[in-house]
Design a protein around this ligand. Structure first.
Ligand SMILES: [Zn+2]
Length: 230
């Protein structure tokens, strides 16, 4: 009996989607069946897609891409919950890396144009209380597969969203604009990609785009692990 088999017997590993025990050394996080049936959401990153349409008429985005469909009632939603709430950000890094390899293979010229990856930031207080920012781990996986730099020092989240209900439309707009801030990027950075875990309404990304453009003239792309149709 191999040592790895013995370890599996003593410390069984379970698929994060179907919860069956996994034994094969190539099965990491998911069993091979769940891995092969991942709900892919891969479209050309330069063309119209459900994700790119989310930003039409709101902000100008160069390339958009997301790896998986996110549906809260799907068994696969567990993958996102593990990454976000159950202290498994390493899974985010792993999937970020897998996704990065796939789209680099499909769109090498477009990926080459991107200089820096900027994960959607959390306030320092929230990141400390949760222990990590899941978007940062996903960006790390993408940065690893693309051999690019992830930067977490320019785009910052400066405050939490306050209750919107009793505010006027203008006050709500001001509130959304002041959540993120972005310092001036170095001259040589011409194209950044914002990285998030799941894009739903697109308002988080829109807030980041406006913060970046307030001080910079750069191309902006968006990549996420999951996308939800609403
Ligand atoms: Zn499974």
């Amino acid at each position: 009996m191999k040592l790895t088999d013995l370890l599996d017997l003593c410390f069984p590993r379970y698929c994060l989607v179907c919860e069956k025990a996994i034994f094969e050394s190539y099965e990491r996080y998911l069993c091979i069946a769940c891995y092969s049936n991942l709900p892919l959401n891969i479209f050309p990153i330069f063309g119209p897609s459900p994700l790119s349409r989310t930003f039409w008429g709101r902000c100008e985005i160069q390339y958009t891409g997301s790896f998986l469909m996110y549906q809260s009632d799907s068994m696969y939603s567990n993958v996102f919950k593990e990454i976000k709430y159950r202290e498994r950000p390493d899974l985010g890094k792993f999937l970020g890396c897998v996704y990065g390899q796939r789209i680099q293979h499909l769109f090498p010229e477009e990926i080459k144009e991107i200089d820096w990856l900027l994960p959607v930031p959390m306030t320092r207080k929230k990141e400390q209380s949760r222990g990590y920012n899941q978007a940062k781990f996903i960006a790390e996986g993408l940065a690893k597969s693309w051999s690019k730099t992830m930067d977490t020092t320019h785009l910052l989240r400066v405050k939490e969203r306050t209750s919107q209900t009793r505010k006027s439309k203008f006050e709500r707009w001001i509130n959304a604009q002041s959540i993120y801030s972005c310092a001036k990027l170095p001259e040589e950075i011409k194209h950044v990609a914002i990285i998030d875990d799941v894009v739903t309404t697109g308002s988080t990304i829109e807030g980041c785009v406006e913060a970046i453009r307030a001080n910079n003239t750069v191309k902006i792309s968006v990549f996420s692990l999951g996308f939800t149709h609403i």
